[in-house]
Design a protein around this ligand. Sequence first.
Ligand SMILES: [Fe+2]
Length: 268
Amino acid sequence: MNHIKACCASIARTGFGILQISEAMLEDYKKIVDGYSTISPATKASFSFANDTDGFFPFGAEYSSLEDQPDLCERFCYWPAHSSKRKAFEFTRSEFFAAVEAFEQRVSALAQELMDGVCAEFGATSLTALRAASYLQLCVYGASSGPGERQFAQDPHEDGHMLSFIKPTRDGLVLVRGSSLEPVRLLENEVAILAGSLLTELSDYAIPAAYHAVLTPRTPMTRSSLIYFVNPDPEQALTGFFRHRPIDLKSAINARHIGFGNQPLQLT
Ligand SMILES: [Fe+2]
């Protein structure tokens, strides 16, 4: 598909690209962002697994830069790696959860295709089994989170993963380029792809990490963003794109994960 190849070339050059998603993915996306408001506080409280960074997390549980300046959102995380441990929960039989599972399946296949294409841009070996350590995250910024004294609902940062697929319900996402903020504008069927510093390391610093932030809206409004974080399989031996030397990203994955206020990753 030509648009995938164009996106891979753009990521390889700038660390940023835009990709179209299918009608089926868009339908699941809508079910997820619309369905969140129907989930009860009791379900959110019981389906929360901080040690796995999985399930629901209350407002302000993660930060992007400073610990006392949390991201102004609630979160829901879904890891296929942990899904077998959650089967006893009634919530996993909900329409919301079914849409999450379906979206993750499709986006993980897309991510594999995209990373294969990025590796091909450099003549590098493809990465295997990206899905094993990758996860989906829904961020929900409530109407009460703006306007405030803060310029950003999420401070400038890079995600510290290999790639991030980001699909927000409205504007607010900006790329931080030097001192300028560049709004990310997407059509309804498009998703933004941002390189993280793991890809910078893997590419021997050829691909820049895409620094970004979320602006606090001028008037109070709800905003959601569905993100798929792509990590390498911890079991795969990796070598840099140019120097062809072994690169150990395991410790880097965890250092960045903890740096956002999360517990260390529990991946077997
Ligand atoms: Fe981010």
